[in-house]
Design a protein around this ligand. Structure first.
Ligand code: NAP
Length: 477
């Protein structure tokens, strides 16, 4: 039976004539319907959020922390239902969907803790020649209404990366979830309403980018846009948002450099398989390009292919599945065409790449050239390129040779080489002896170059949702 979900406007569950069908990404069947927001709903949500600013700002740090912790507890009590919803709406293998719920709870717990630590500091104004007798401090205040726009690939946790910090900072927040995966967003906002947020302070508005996203980001009552998604949509939002605070968490095309001197090459290969194919490669920090020192290239490749062959491809609601469908058949067709293009340009497809509906078998490509699409652009699918490099330094340079700069990984037993790689690669995060796909929800996270503006991770996201107010006191008579 098709379950019907309401939207949530200013804390109230509301019906709507317009609906979005939510498909099970493996079977293709519609299993839920979500009420879609129309222009009057968007207006009500913005007006209510704007009006709720004083009530949100008046909550004590303790109270904000308690609300976030309560929301985390509510989600935790529903973890099995949520994991299944994610597995179906996103096609995410159940074990990873369950991990996403667990991370979301932990992520909100960090926000609850950080909500008690939002403070400014004193500033020694008498360091200035003209500052004798002056002293001062800065305070942090809520930035105002936050528009939170989230992508499909981590539909619960990436929305929580916006709602948790917004509530911690004392900001009303309106979530626009991805149209392919709206259920997680509704469940998240429901939990915050049940946890006791002031009336009007939170909404979840399912709907398309044009119908909901555009009016949200361009409204002058919205003070801050927190967006996670593709570079193309991020650029459009920045253009429309005008003079607003924006945090942009955009795409990636992460690389890994593997040295000849690696303490455990088999472990490196196993981690790279995970990094390349986790969530069918639909992870902004997925491993897309691997450059391996020629001395160990053949062994690494053999280990990588053997490990890939073990992956179980199929129904994401099966607890043993490693690889489910990508988000839509259209995306699967696109991914398949990029692989075919690489083949026609001379690359070798060592395994996978075949498609059945929206399931693409994990593909390993060798001898791809730097200007091929599979090397240059973000593929966002279960596809990885593994190329040899003449030296570790050459591998590191190749990792950095990208318009994207989200994260990177280096495997080496030489600490000096590892630290040189940290200085050399222009990314927002780098893993030593691990894949770029590692992310802990309280670390500063965000890309350099074409991968973003601003940082997420509990404390860092909260800071981005506050404004600073400097207070200057002149003691001189
Ligand atoms: P997307 O197509 O850019 O969509 C992201 C969100 O933006 C969705 O909610 C989408 O709504 C919305 N949107 C579309 N047009 C809009 C508009 N004009 N105004 C406002 N919002 C609009 O991205 P996706 O396909 O969901 O996610 C994949 C991308 O996200 C990849 O590039 C991936 O690397 C990136 N990502 C980055 C991070 C990070 O932390 N850096 C994390 C995860 C994913 P609809 O669904 O209704 O179109």
């Amino acid at each position: 039976m098709t379950e019907r979900y309401p939207m949530i406007v200013a804390g109230e569950e509301r019906p709507s004539a317009a609906t979005i069908e939510v498909r099970d990404k493996y079977t293709g069947q519609t299993f839920a319907e979500v009420c879609a927001a129309e222009p009057p709903d968007v207006e009500r949500a913005i007006a209510a959020a704007h009006a709720a600013r004083p009530a949100m700002a008046a909550l004590t740090a303790r109270h904000r922390s308690d609300i976030i912790r309560a929301a985390a507890g509510i989600l935790d009590s529903r973890r099995e239902r949520l994991a299944l919803a994610i597995a179906r709406e996103a096609g995410k293998p159940l074990k990873y969907a369950a991990f996403e719920v667990e991370r979301t709870v932990e992520n909100l717990e960090y926000c609850a803790e950080e909500a008690k630590r939002i403070h400014g500091e004193t500033v020694p104004l008498d360091a200035a020649k003209s500052g004798a007798g002056a002293f001062g401090w800065y305070e942090r205040h809520p930035a105002g209404v936050v528009a939170a726009i989230s992508p499909f690939n981590f539909p619960l946790n990436l929305a929580a990366h916006k709602l948790g910090p917004a509530v911690a900072a004392g900001c009303p927040v309106i979530l626009k979830p991805a149209s392919a995966t709206p259920l997680s967003g509704i469940e998240l906002v429901r939990a915050f309403v049940e946890a006791g947020l002031p009336a009007g302070a939170v909404s979840c508005l399912p709907g398309s980018g044009e119908a909901v996203g555009d009016p949200l980001v361009s409204d002058p009552r919205v003070a801050k846009v927190s967006f996670t998604g593709s570079r193309a949509v991020g650029e459009r939002i920045v253009r429309r948002a005008g003079l607003k605070r924006v945090t942009m968490e955009l795409g990636g095309n992460c690389g890994v450099a593997v040295d000849e001197a690696v303490p455990d090459l088999a472990l490196a290969a196993r981690r790279c398989v995970f990094g390349a194919f986790y969530n069918q490669g639909q992870v902004c920090i997925s491993v897309q390009r691997i450059f391996v020192h020629r001395a160990v290239y053949d062994v690494f490749l053999e280990q990588f292919l053997a490990e890939t062959a073990k992956l179980k491809v199929g129904d994401p609601t099966d607890k043993d599945t490693d690889i489910g469908p990508v988000i839509s058949e259209a995306e699967a067709v696109r991914i398949e065409s990029w692989i075919a293009e690489a083949r026609s340009q001379g690359a070798r497809i060592l395994c996978g790449g075949t498609r059945e509906g929206s399931v693409v078998r994990p593909a390993v490509i060798a001898e791809a050239e730097r200007d091929m699409r599979v090397m240059r652009d973000e593929i966002f699918g279960p596809v990885v390129v593994i190329n040899p490099a003449d030296s570790f330094e050459q591998a590191v340079a190749a990792v950095d040779d990208s318009e994207y700069g989200l994260q990177a990984g280096v495997f080496t037993g030489d600490i000096g080489r590892a630290l040189r790689a940290v200085r050399r690669i222009d990314v927002g995060g780098i893993a030593i002896n691990d894949v770029p796909t590692v992310r802990f929800d309280h670390m500063p996270y965000g890309g350099n170059k074409g991968s973003g503006l601003g940082r997420e991770g509990a404390r860092f996201a909260i800071e981005e949702m506050t404004t600073i107010r400097m207070v200057v006191v002149n003691r001189a008579p």
